[in-house]
Write a protein of this length. Structure first.
Length: 230
């Protein structure tokens, strides 16, 4: 988290992490599509010829409460195994992580390897996975041979992280994942820095402000309720 007293701006870094082709970039594209023009910045994407993220994507979003600007910077990391050093670099200074898993059963091993990679890269950056705000999204729920809802519910019960179901290509579950991660980050920042007392900021009002700027009717899809356990 960065705080600029002169511009009265708080900058928070959110990183979307996960195996290759799990839908990290698609999540940012969907959020960019959902966000109102006054809230969203330019989506910067660098892709290879096979449409895989080579370095990272960046989407800046800005929201306002009173005289304070809340600037959220959303990053993705490349999922390919060879780019571990890049993932470690992008994770530096992260305030929270959305782990984007592929719901297909065939990708179970890739999900596990990516999560282990996340844990190691966080440790290398001096960050603790047990205290860092983290949400898990199981994407691609519209594909065949995916993990069942019952399986995901059972997995959610075994951990403390909120678990969301999504079809990012349709915008389903994307905003819920984003807002869920923001809420966890805000709670941690409030505990550590006392934003309410110092700046008169209210987390619930900021959540509502962000939700107001996300046009949830932009996609013709019905969003399933996320399964979460805090």
């Amino acid at each position: 988290m960065q705080l600029d007293f002169q511009t009265r701006e708080i900058t928070v870094k959110l990183v979307y992490y996960g195996p290759a082709l799990s839908g990290k970039t698609t999540n940012l594209q969907a959020i960019h599509h959902l966000a109102t023009p006054e809230a969203r910045g330019r989506l910067m994407t660098l892709e290879t010829r096979d449409d895989r993220t080579l370095f990272f994507d960046l989407l800046p979003l800005t929201f306002k409460q009173g005289s304070i600007n809340m600037r959220l910077k959303l990053f993705t990391v490349p999922g390919q195994v060879m780019h571990s050093a890049t993932r470690r670099l992008v994770l530096q200074g992260a305030d929270g992580v959305a782990f984007i898993a592929d719901s297909q059963k065939a990708e179970t091993r890739a999900n596990a390897a990516a999560f282990a990679d996340l844990r190691q890269n966080l440790a290398d950056n001096g960050l603790d996975l047990s205290t860092l705000p983290l949400v898990i999204q199981f994407n691609k729920r519209d594909l065949p041979d995916v993990r069942s809802d019952a399986e995901l519910e059972q997995m959610a019960k075994l951990g403390k992280e909120p678990v969301y179901k999504a079809i990012a290509t349709r915008g389903v579950g994307v905003a819920e994942t984003f807002l869920g991660l923001f809420d966890l980050i805000w709670a941690k920042l409030e505990r550590e820095h006392g934003f309410a007392a110092k700046f008169g900021l209210d987390g619930a009002l900021m959540h509502a402000e962000i939700a107001r700027h996300l046009n949830l009717g932009a996609y013709n899809s019905i969003t399933p309720p996320p399964e979460s356990r805090r």
